[in-house]
Design a protein. Structure first.
Length: 241
């Protein structure tokens, strides 16, 4: 005979999520089931044990979830603190977009072998403003753009992207890695992971390749002078008579 009362029926109706968020309700439900069981056919011991095991599992899962949430919160705080330490630092990061400022934009091109590269500079809307064919040697070398477009006009300051299609002497495609550098102006910690703002470009910490802390040299100290600006006259020499 099935257990009578609200125990079995209510236990099936209560969702697992409700039990996980409020284990007191589950305990009350189990107590009510014991109170309304049939005295002639008491609750089976195995069934009672299974429900206790289920309760223990729910409580353990709840504690585990709380601990995981705490660890994730601490991890996020640690990431944010680390990111804030980059403010004011000069960094080099992987990326194809950088800022044209004061008539100059600089990228660093890394090639695994010698190659002939077709370089295209695009504005923020994806329009090509400058193209060039350049021979690349093995290693990393800077590529500077003075802001002049292919038509000879001066491009406005802002964010620009470099797109490279390279081939070796045999005509095989060569993957060119691009990076840029700049000073981290601020950090956005409002999202899931902190974002570093370099000029007008946002990037993540995992793309940082090198960090250089800029050290300002203090100005030389001036030697204090006499406020009167005049030197005291020498004492007259005594002459023998």
């Amino acid at each position: 005979m099935a257990v009578s009362g609200i125990g079995a029926g209510s236990g099936q109706a209560v969702s697992r999520q409700s039990l996980a968020t409020n284990f007191e309700a589950f305990l009350t439900l189990l107590t009510t089931q014991l109170q309304h069981q049939n005295p002639l056919e008491p609750l089976d011991t195995n069934q009672f044990t299974q429900q206790l095991v289920s309760f223990a599992g729910v409580e353990q899962q709840l504690r585990t979830n709380d601990q995981l949430e705490s660890l994730l919160t601490l991890q996020k705080v640690g990431y944010n603190v680390t990111a804030l330490g980059f403010v004011g630092a000069h960094v080099t990061v992987d990326g194809a977009s950088t800022e044209l400022r004061d008539g100059l934009a600089v990228w660093y091109l890394s090639s695994p072998s010698t190659a002939s590269a077709h370089i295209e500079i695009q504005d923020k809307d994806g329009n090509a403003v400058y193209t060039e064919t350049k021979a690349l040697n093995t290693g990393t070398a800077p590529f500077q753009w003075n802001g002049r477009t292919s038509t000879g006009t001066v491009a406005p300051a802002g964010q620009y992207k470099i797109v490279i299609a390279a081939q070796d002497a045999a005509g095989n495609a060569v993957a060119i890695n691009t990076s840029f550098s700049g000073v981290v102006d601020q950090v956005d910690v409002s999202g899931e992971e902190p974002l570093l703002l370099i000029g007008s470009t946002l990037t993540t910490m995992d793309k940082i390749r090198s960090v250089q802390r800029l050290v300002q040299t203090p100005p030389p100290t001036e030697t204090p002078t006499d406020p009167g600006g005049e030197e005291e006259p020498d004492a007259p020499e005594e002459t023998a008579t």
